[in-house]
Design a protein around this ligand. Structure first.
Ligand code: CP
Ligand code: NVA
Length: 297
């Protein structure tokens, strides 16, 4: 049974293969007559829509479930919910606060679990991120991807995916919001080069991609004011993009315009944010084609 809790649950070769499947124009109908449960503890625009459309394109039927409707871990335990859904569906996708919840679903081990964002990881985003970099540059190998802002779930998965494909990953975060040694060791073990710095201008020098995410992730809203102060020097604006030269701009979205990025960068010719959002669907389709159509055989 294959689960995707973080992008390095795939081998490097599997990641390359999933990205190839994401680019095929004739989706295999591997979900024909089957369902996929999509459980959400947090809001979503891109993840829900991309997953639903990917399931549909593979011939299946997506069922969206709000966690408060089923009482995840209140009305019924995560394990009981997982066992029940396993009787109806070919796979479960889940967006949760605590990463331990997707780990508990995977431990039931009856159908594939796909992490649709936890406090630790966002692997489906990372798939789309590297797909977009490949669309732009032909490959990730040797490309410099600079992430500016909070070292978070999106950063972790992106850094792993870039490393697995031979890219150079730079992170510019304030000291208090930087990865510790364990995270850096894991990123480095993925295979690429990881460089950390605190100065965003130094980090974007000569890079190919400038990547941004919100300063305050879902669930951290109580820290908004303190985070806005901590990240005041980490905004992606015209001045930072000028320092980045010809780099393209990516953001997982939603963007908090005026906080981590200015509107004129989101809407600039260097921005590939809408392409990235669309690629969430192609990446999801590629991964599901792999996990349902191939790895279960
Ligand atoms: N990037 C992303 O996961 O967007 P949503 O939160 O809208 O799903
Ligand atoms: N880091 C953000 C990503 C949103 C897609 C969050 O966890 O809210």
């Amino acid at each position: 049974m294959r689960h995707l809790l973080e992008i390095d649950d795939l081998t490097g070769d599997e990641l390359v293969h999933v990205l190839e499947l994401a680019q095929t124009s004739t989706p295999p109908q591997v979900l024909s007559g089957k369902g996929m449960a999509l459980v959400f503890e947090k809001p979503s625009l891109r993840t829900r829509n991309s997953m639903e459309m990917a399931v549909f394109q593979l011939g299946g039927h997506p069922v969206y479930i709000q966690s408060n409707e089923i009482g995840l871990d209140t009305r019924e335990s995560v394990e009981d919910v997982t066992n029940t859904l396993a009787g109806f569906h070919a796979a479960i996708g889940a967006r949760v606060f605590e990463h331990s919840k997707v780990e508990r679903m995977a431990a039931v081990d009856r159908i594939p679990i796909v992490n649709l964002l936890s406090d630790a990881a966002h692997p489906m985003q990372a798939l789309a991120d590297v797909l977009t970099i490949i669309d732009e540059f032909g490959s990730v190998e040797g490309r410099v991807v600079t992430y500016v802002g909070d070292s978070n779930n999106v950063t972790r998965s992106l850094g792993l995916a870039v490393g697995m494909l031979g890219g150079i990953f730079r992170i510019a975060s304030p000291i208090d919001y930087s990865f510790g040694e364990d995270d850096l060791a894991r990123l480095r073990s993925a295979g690429g080069v990881v460089e950390t710095m605190t100065n965003p201008y130094e980090a974007v020098e000569g890079c190919d991609v400038v990547y941004s995410d919100v300063f305050t992730s879902m669930g951290q809203e109580a820290e908004t004011d303190i985070r806005l102060r901590a990240f005041a020097d980490y905004q992606i604006n015209e001045s930072l993009m000028a320092a980045a030269g010809d780099a393209v701009f990516l953001h997982c979205l939603p963007a908090h315009r005026g906080e981590e990025v200015t509107s004129n960068v989101v809407d600039s010719p260097a921005s590939r944010v809408w392409k990235l959002a669309e690629n969430r669907m192609h990446a999801a389709r590629g991964y599901l084609a792999f996990v349902i159509g191939e790895s279960e055989l």
